[in-house]
Design a protein around this ligand. Sequence first.
Ligand SMILES: Cc1ncc(COP(=O)(O)O)c(C=O)c1O
Length: 422
Amino acid sequence: MHQPHDRARRLHPETRSVSEGFDPELSVMAVRPPIYPVSTYAFRSAEEMSHWFRVALGREQALPGEHASLIYARLNHPNAEMFEEALGSVEKGCAGAAAFSSGMSAITTALLTFLRPGDVMVFGRPVYGGTHELLQHILPQWNVEVRSAPGDDLQQLRQAVEAAGERLAVLYLETPANPTLRMLDLSRTSALLDGLRAARPERRPVVVVDNTFLGPVFQSPLLHGADVVVYSATKFLGGHSDLVAGAVSVRDAELIARVKATRAFLGTICEPFTAWMLQRSMATLYLRMIKQSKNASKIVDVLKAHPAVERIHYPTLFTGEQARIFASQCSAPGSLIALELKGGREAAFRFLNALRIVRLAVSLGGVESLACHPRTTTASEMEESELQRCGIVDGLVRLSIGVEYWRDLASDLTRALDAAGR
Ligand SMILES: Cc1ncc(COP(=O)(O)O)c(C=O)c1O
């Protein structure tokens, strides 16, 4: 809607997240943005109309000082633009962002932008189940060779990158990993592509990072060597479990133009009402994520000594290399907890069935606390060997901690742990 100016760029992201991207002057001085449920936009003349089509197709440049005109809502619309500016203002190192109809449509659109038949793509395992399906089963049908290596094993990732050589187009990473929260070192992993980036400037391979679990507030992959960041905006960005959406942000403006061009033809932009809800959620993003992270840290301190608990996976409890990575690239532990219970699946189910405040549901990052059993839900399509390797054991439960009063949550979880241990 309006270009961020220098003063706004100097403000703290917490300030920018509230109003960036919206100018009351453009909307009858309303202090919050209206919704534009509009499919098509009018032009003042036939000449203007054909000029903007030529600009949209890259055949002509916009004139200096000219603001891009809207054409059709599958290409772009004011609510998407306002959300994109708000996200771009809080994502550190960001040169541009794009809104999508789901996390999966954001990931698919980004990958189809950077991959061509015959390319090799390497990814760090594990990744979210839907992404895993796309990479392992759909992209190979389009003659993309997809290879993987354990995401927390830099040596094996290096070997996979070296073996792909000049054919490598995308290195795809997710950290922390779902559901075990294992982290990979973004700077060192992204640096594996330095040689190829320099050798092939005309078609540089890109590092794509799924930042859904900690970003954009607690982790900034674009400052750690990533070219493209993808989000399920259904999670923390939306934050209220009342919408499905996705987002992409990039380090280099040329990349976002390419992603948006693919989006325009695939039709994967999110519609105006969802984009408006997303922008509305941006104003409370810091509040929610900080409160949720503090809640989770306090709850972990209560639960860690419970006799029914075998192990808790949570960044403040990491040791060794994992603790080093957490300290080097994250500013807070976040609100996801992976709880490993003694007694396997039966104990896990007893625990889940005894919860009263925390609801049983997949998804995460909303204001309400949720719990699920990854092995029989979100990770159920993974092969047994992969589940074992990733530590997704029968006794593992994933918690997404919300904004409720933490002592109520801690009591609910403690009572359920008592039931699990019986
Ligand atoms: C880490 C991660 N990435 C991507 C996705 C896909 O997002 P969506 O469900 O919005 O399509 C999910 C969904 O759970 C996820 O957890």
